[in-house]
Write a protein that binds this ligand. Sequence first.
Ligand code: SF4
Length: 690
Amino acid sequence: MEKVLTVCPYCGSGCKLNLLVEQGKVVGAEAADGVTNQGTLCLKGYYGWDFLNDTRLLTPRLKQPMIRRQRGGPFENVDWDEAIQFVSTRLAEIKQQHGAEAIMVTGSSRGPGNETNYVMQKFVRAALGSNNIDCCARVCHGPSVAGLQVTLGNGAMSNSIGDIENSDCLLIFGYNAADSHPIVARRILKAKQNGAKIIVCDPRYIETARLADLWLPLNNGSNMALVNSFANVLIEEGLYQHQYVAQHTEGFTEYRQTVSRYTPEYVAAITGLTPAQIREAMQIYAGAKNATILWGMGVTQWGQGVDVVKGLSGLALLTGNLGRPAVGVGPVRGQNNVQGACDMGALPNTFPGYQSVTDSAARSKFAQAWGVKKLSGKIGCAITEVPHRVMEGKLKAYYIMGEDPLQTEPDLSLMRQAFEKLELVVVQDIFMTKTAAMADVILPATSWGEHEGVYTSADRGFQRFAKAVEPDGNVLPDWQIISRISTAMGYPMHYRNTQEIWDELRGLCPLYAGVTYEKMAGLGYVQWPCPDEAHPGTPYLYKDNIFSRPGGKGLLFACEWRPPQEQTDAQYPLVLCTVREVGHYSCRSMTGNCSALQTLADEPGYVQINDTDAAALGIKDNQLVWISSRRGKVISRAQVSGRTNRGAVYMTYQWWIGACNELTLDHLDPIAKTPEYKHCAVKLEAIDDQ
Ligand code: SF4
């Protein structure tokens, strides 16, 4: 049996594992001693490889290029030459007729890796001529990237996953580590065992709340009010670091003025918390020698996500909890390579390495390197803007790589209408997802386990992942497919391997310039910034409290709380919030095809409801229920307990049949364009299943 050292393809924890290969097939996985996981894995790491064997539990692997010559007609198998010719010709026609802006493309935060995202954004910018590329960061931690770039200068975790356990206090806000990143949850547990104080802000009594010293069950939709009140307490009760604020921050006067109104007494009615709870939280946080803030999508998936991220970074600035080990701000990125897709410029506003498309010097640099006369300086389309741009007639073609927007975007009925109106849908994927089923062209790609490259984990750590088995079927690595389309469209790309791509991109990105394949070999882990080959990488950002902003100071920012967009009423009296399920991942196309994970949770479509609310509606535990919103109606199974708050229900988004995104609304954060997945109004009705 051969062991192939690689990186888990699911969450951003970046766990190293060995795939066990026998006669060309993956038959198991075991933990390796990676920097973040130290010889442990969660169940997805141990059992999440099975989809490689085409189990067909949920959907078959894509193994042959296919074209649908008529909408609604059958897929027809074609060879690669015909598929490439078809896609390149149609894209060229649409560009000719409607302009480059009429084509939208996605990167992928999953299996393909950093090199592929680099090639894809280069194709969009240099071959198509726009910045219309985005990735699923838009629907998860887009606000973290946008917010932290403004206040601190880097849109990433300032600290390291391995350092969480060394902190004296963890302020965990809207982040359910046990379900999202089990290996990070272990670090939180270790911190607790080491004596750290744990504060959890979450409406649900999540696993971390069980071990918390203080649990703040705030009302759904009150994040900004609570963060402002935290700042109010720190300032008005003299808990902040005066000297640090004077030396290393700017904007204090305006900031203080904004938060002055948000006394714990004032926000009690908004947050549902007592003034004593809010004060105690800040006494613990400010009193710790080294404190760290961790957050997840409970902070970002709101119409005011960017503001809350800026507000959380303000708490770290007020207390001087940045720029040294065991402190910092930690947006814990969701998918295995969502940090990497952003790092590589699969975003509508930045080239690789977070170099802005609006910066003429950056445009000239990339144009020269890529051999084109000029590059667009116009910020491109966000994934979440797609349905509106299609309905307005501005977008005609959508080339989707490794994403399933017809499962994961909000208000799916609107998204389906948009897809029907598109002139061309190209899907490059490994499974027949809901989106692939509506495509005009299917481009079947190799999967994680069948190709190699580099991922970036949630704490900016670059790691190489490896090919373990030969793919079955007529499939190609993603970067080769894109290169062939680009070449057919008159912009030749002829890379020989991923290392050649990597060396090109690191040569263009000062943040990653010193991260060589050799340095990342084996268990190697290199965190950016890494400016030259002698540099070991950067476990924590902002050393000596020099922030990556003009002038080097951190920005204190606060703004008024805005209530969620859609309010409950007599017809739709409950709040729906979307959440994760530990055994499955994202749109479930991979984990749903793993037999062990399917056995553990073959119906990950529950709706969690408070026991008192359930009793009032005549709903019993495990009973089938209808859930309706102003946009749709789905069926699910009730999970009744006292662990959720009254007035709110919680659904995972992995379930295909009762997809919760039939119900959600596409109200977007005005800056990050991230949807308010965490709040819409619904009603529940029991189904008599006797
Ligand atoms: Fe994979 Fe994340 Fe689990 Fe680690 S914690 S094994 S990276 S899913």
